[in-house]
Design a protein around this ligand. Structure first.
Ligand code: SF4
Length: 264
């Protein structure tokens, strides 16, 4: 059976194998679904409709089009969130749309990527989600909207894993190169871009291949203690933090059988 890989899985494994074990191997639930996430979700859905449903035979949309899409996706928000979201979209419009001669149709919005990947005769399934995929001539630009209040310092290793995995999957699906990953911070109007050079692509693919093989044969799941442990939702179960950690809940998935990895 194909082993499933995503950027989120690789990033979790890179941060701490033990937290990967709790989350993906034993299926323990993660954090809650807070108010600010509800606003972020509504913004993502509105932006998807703005690009997906626009009539591209028309000239540039006015802000009324964005307002209309916002109305469609903000019914569950309270009045202050509704106003905040509208202000964020107005800033987005001013920053990213008004200067354009026309709105360019994206290749896809709110998409799911799924692609097989064979490594040493072992099948992996690569999967991920993206907010928008644009053509850049012959290449691709992947766009991720961020709704966090501030720009968090970005971990280049985490970005590399995301870029590398998407590059492999998009190459398979579209037979095109991923040239750029752009993060758009909706609340601040900042856009941070990461270029993918062929050398970078080659190096990241090697890293992912190594991690994929390790993951498939992993049995130790060693804890990796860092400052991030303070925010870890699994710390109560973690032997690195507690001499007598809580037992896992009965709802935890059973441990998987060891995969045959003789060829690795
Ligand atoms: S508490 Fe720290 S070491 Fe333990 S699982 Fe969480 S991140 Fe890993």
């Amino acid at each position: 059976m194909a082993y499933h890989l995503s950027a989120a899985k690789l990033q979790t494994y890179q941060t701490c194998p033990k937290s990967y074990y709790f989350k993906y191997e034993r299926g323990l639930p993660g954090g809650g679904f807070g108010k600010s996430q509800a606003l972020g979700t509504s913004l993502h859905k509105a932006l998807a409709q703005i690009y997906q449903d626009w009539d591209y035979l028309q000239p540039m949309p006015s802000f009324e089009w964005l307002e209309y899409c916002w109305q469609n996706h903000s019914q569950d928000l309270d009045p202050s969130q509704f106003r905040e979201g509208l202000t964020i979209l107005k800033n987005y419009y001013d920053r990213f749309m008004t200067e354009l001669p026309s709105l360019r149709r994206p290749l896809a919005v709110e998409g799911k990527i799924q692609a097989p990947w064979f490594l040493d005769n072992i099948e992996f399934t690569l999967s991920g989600r993206y907010d928008r995929l644009d053509w850049l001539g012959d290449d691709l630009e992947l766009i991720d909207y961020k709704s966090t209040k501030e720009i968090k310092s970005l971990d280049s290793k985490r970005i590399d894993l995301q870029l590398g995995l998407y590059a492999i999957a998009l190459q398979h699906i579209y037979n095109c190169r991923l040239k750029k990953l752009s993060l758009i911070y909706l609340r601040t109007g900042d856009k941070i871009e990461f270029e993918v050079t062929p050398e970078h692509d080659r190096r990241v693919r090697q890293t992912i291949a190594k991690m994929a093989k390790q993951l498939r044969g992993e049995r130790e799941w060693k804890p990796h203690q860092t400052k991030a442990c303070d925010r870890c939702q699994y710390s109560r179960y973690c032997p690195a933090i507690h001499a007598e950690p809580d037992p896992l809940p009965e709802s935890a998935k059973p441990e998987r059988e060891l995969q045959l990895t003789l060829d690795l």
